[in-house]
Design a protein around this ligand. Structure first.
Ligand SMILES: Cc1cc2nc3c(=O)[nH]c(=O)nc-3n(C[C@H](O)[C@H](O)[C@H](O)COP(=O)(O)O)c2cc1C
Ligand code: SF4
Length: 414
């Protein structure tokens, strides 16, 4: 268990008192950023840090796009802690237990990109996280380093803590922008992208909480240190939300690049009741499945993608032999149907239609033509919405059809 929780969830990072944080590991990364602001983005690029909120997008690239917006005095950073997808529960821990790690990271982003407004965007159910973040922000606002950052960006740095609307869709980046503008979280059409036109028309950067939590550590220890945390060509660590038919469900920060088998058997304690491993919903329900033949896969963005899946948020929902895949996928698609904001008819009706067909198959009332209809929807629906919700709903369906078509066929009416 040597490699468990070595950075973000390490005891040193779990500090609620700012003085203690600054006396131990805190403040050094921020000081390095203040000393050499122009070196921040190149260092983040060299480190290979990627977005940990689902996409794996290179972090430096988004920061550059904001830094390049030199004509705007107002710029926003939204630290995305909406975390409402079933099976994902990592950001909650970071917000509750490591508020200073997050705030210091966000301040470094501000120096790198000249952002002057930082919004901590938190799921309303996380009341302890909201309380701890409020207390932590207050402590920073009275700290000398905070005034140094304001001096560096040549205007007061403003923090706010926003409890989100509590909708899953509110985590989508443009829906988050709408929420910050006090509107219903309807995703916006892109372009324009948030980097050009976000909150109140100002350049806006949206990063996941876990992504930002890595920043002060990279500034303090360097890119090589970050590389060495991972295995092989995979860099850094990843926090997994491990749940399902597993002996020890929980939140585990592990080196990027450990195998799926290690995650399940070493850290997760193996399968519940000694049952056989059937599959894992990898990266959450809006994603794809890995199966027994993938137990050797390295859990890093590129290796998982090579197996027709993706690492996503690191949510891992394990299912054992005997669990019906069709029923499980029906439940997830039903969640997406209820979460769809309804702006795009193919998404609203498509998700409901898929959920209805899945339910029909699961209850033995479907015919071959229903299965063909599902396959047809997999071809026509992706890309038909403003945001990626519809793509996620189709992804999990398509992946289940790829791996478990026999279960669908067996459930059809004879
Ligand atoms: C329906 C939907 C919900 C999302 N919910 C979240 C969320 O709760 N938290 C999050 O960080 N990203 C969420 N995202 C992804 C964000 O749009 C965005 O890509 C992410 O916050 C960027 O952060 P990163 O680059 O650090 O990963 C969601 C996307 C979609 C389509
Ligand atoms: S794809 Fe779905 S959730 Fe996204 S904007 Fe359109 S209707 Fe709303």
């Amino acid at each position: 268990m040597k490699q468990l929780n070595q950075v973000l969830l390490h005891q040193d990072s779990k500090v609620l008192n700012l003085e203690t944080w600054l006396e131990t590991i805190g403040g050094k990364g921020l000081q390095n950023a203040l000393d050499a602001p122009e070196a921040i983005i190149p260092l983040i690029k060299e480190s290979g840090l990627r977005g940990l909120g689902g996409s794996g997008f290179p972090t430096y690239f988004k920061w550059n796009a904001i830094a390049e917006q030199v004509n705007s005095r107002e710029k926003y950073l939204i630290c995305n802690g909406n975390e409402d997808e079933p099976g994902t529960f990592k950001d909650r821990l970071l917000l509750e237990e490591t508020p200073h790690q997050l705030i210091e990271g966000a301040m470094i982003v501000a120096i790198a990109t000249n952002v002057n407004r930082i919004v901590f965007y938190i799921n309303p159910d996380l009341t302890q996280a909201i309380e701890n973040m409020q207390k932590a922000v207050k402590q920073w606002e009275e700290c000398e380093l905070y005034f140094k950052v304001s001096d560096k960006i040549q205007q007061p740095l403003e923090f706010s803590i926003l409890s989100t609307s509590g909708h899953y869709i509110g985590g989508e980046e443009t829906a988050a922008i709408e929420t910050v503008e006090k509107k219903f979280p309807f995703p916006r059409r892109k372009p324009p992208f948030p980097a050009e036109k976000g909150v109140h028309g100002c350049p806006t950067l949206i990063n996941n909480v876990e992504t930002i939590c890595n920043v002060s550590h990279i500034l303090r220890n360097g890119a090589d240190w970050y590389h060495d945390l991972g295995i092989g060509d995979a860099y850094g660590t990843k926090i997994y939300s491990l749940s399902g038919d597993i002996l020890s469900p929980g939140t585990y920060e592990l080196p990027m690049g450990i195998s799926l088998s290690e995650l399940i058997n070493t850290y997760g304690g193996g399968m519940l009741l000694n049952k056989k491993f059937k599959a894992v919903f990898t990266g959450g329900p809006s994603n794809t499945l890995l199966t027994p033949k993938d137990l050797d896969v390295s859990l890093d963005f590129d290796s998982v993608t090579e197996r027709r899946s993706s690492l996503g948020t690191g949510a891992m929902i394990v299912v054992s032999e005997g669990t019906g895949i069709v029923k499980r996928v029906a439940e997830y698609v039903n969640f997406f149907a209820h979460s769809s904001c309804g702006q795009c008819p193919p998404c609203k009706s498509g998700t409901y239609y898929i959920a209805m067909l899945l339910n029909k198959i699961d209850t033995g009332q479907a015919r071959k033509s229903d299965l063909r209809a599902l396959e047809n929807l997999c071809d026509i629906l992706p890309g038909s919405g403003r945001c990626a919700l519809i793509n996620g709903a189709v992804k999990v369906l398509e992946s289940s059809l790829y791996h478990f078509k026999d279960e669908y066929e067996q459930a059809l009416k004879k």
